[in-house]
Design a protein around this ligand. Structure first.
Ligand code: BTN
Length: 325
């Protein structure tokens, strides 16, 4: 009931009377009143005036289960979602529930106490400012195809940000999102699989959205969308946009089981493209010119005398020659 009352109020420009809501939803005045009280408890500001009814006051950036249900418009992905005001890690929550959940299950949190980054790092996950979410997929393709999903998500995050802001973000291969030369989003994809069968894939995404204060040591490389654009962003709306983009991109990817349909747009967003990059591996550091990715998500780098090599994510790390990018 709470959800349906919220939907009515959010569609209404001005006041909506209790009586109108009773008629629209076919329930009693008490049921409406109770739903309003529950919404207020969740943080919604609802003005009530006798003879006029109720009005939802624009509440900037509430992130909760009702708000996510309201904003998400995807067909399959995120149809089942759970929200936590605090959790250890959304990726870990997927791991705990994967067996009982279907493809597209989504976990969103307002804070993580043990946020996990790539290469065993910690992902600092302050409360009430950023987006932390994990999407679980149960694809039918083979495990080696799944590594490209990280790139599909990276592209979708950039597209989602573009839809909701005027910021110009790019991708640092394979999957960091960068704005004004600083990292604003990281993606951690994990998979449980047998050699030829995927049990599930978790794509975990952390986006620094409205965070304004960073630890000194991360300030060099990290920023937030708000710091880059001077404007707060509604996190539930941003997440909805990203998931919409991902759903469309995933459809294309799943059909071809490679990035052929997405490679052009990915390369347009790739900040490394046509720049010198240092390819860092255990044996040696080599400098080459980045040509973009191929349809398998591998980075094509031109080394001396025009020799082209493909670099696989995970095998090496790529850095620009001047600082983080
Ligand atoms: C990186 O190191 O760049 C990847 C960071 C990924 C962080 C996200 S936040 C949501 C999800 N849950 C986690 O514990 N990690 C990922």
């Amino acid at each position: 009931m709470k959800q349906r009352v919220l939907e009515l109020l959010s569609k209404q420009q001005g006041f909506l009377s209790g009586q109108q809501m009773c008629e629209m939803l076919g329930v009693s005045r008490t049921a409406i009143w109770k739903a309003i009280q529950q919404l207020k408890k969740q943080g919604y500001e609802i003005e009530s005036i006798s003879n006029k009814g109720y009005r939802l006051i624009e509440n900037f950036d509430l992130l909760n289960q009702s708000e996510l249900n309201l904003k998400l418009q995807t067909k399959v992905l995120g149809k089942e979602l759970v929200f936590f005001s605090s959790i250890d890690s959304t990726n870990l929550e997927i791991a705990r529930r994967a067996q009982e959940k279907d493809h597209g299950f989504l976990v969103v949190a307002d804070e993580q106490t043990s946020g996990r980054g790539r290469r065993g790092r910690t992902w600092v996950s302050v409360e009430k400012k950023n987006l932390y979410f994990s999407l679980m997929l149960k694809p039918e393709f083979s495990p080696e195809v799944a590594s490209m999903l990280t790139l599909v998500m990276a592209l979708s995050v950039v597209q989602g940000i573009e839809q909701k802001t005027s910021l110009d973000c790019g991708i640092k291969w394979p999957n960091d999102i960068v704005c004004k030369d600083k990292k604003v989003c990281g993606i951690l994809t994990e998979m449980r699989a047998e050699p030829d069968l995927i049990h599930y894939v978790t794509i975990g995404v952390g986006i620094n959205v409205n965070q304004e204060v960073f630890l000194e040591e991360s300030l060099m490389h990290a920023s937030s969308l708000k710091l880059c654009g001077d404007q707060s962003i509604h996190r539930a709306e941003l997440l909805a946009s990203i998931l919409n983009c991902f759903e469309l991109n995933y459809e294309l990817f799943e059909k071809e089981q490679n990035l052929a349909s997405l490679v052009e747009e990915y390369n347009q967003k790739l900040i490394n493209k046509e720049k010198d990059v240092a390819v860092l591996s255990n044996q040696e550091d080599r400098i080459g010119c980045c040509q973009g990715i191929n349809s398998l998500g591998e980075l094509i780098v031109e080394f001396q005398e025009g020799r082209l090599e493909v670099i696989r994510a995970g095998e090496v790390s790529v850095r620009g020659l001047y600082g983080y990018v």
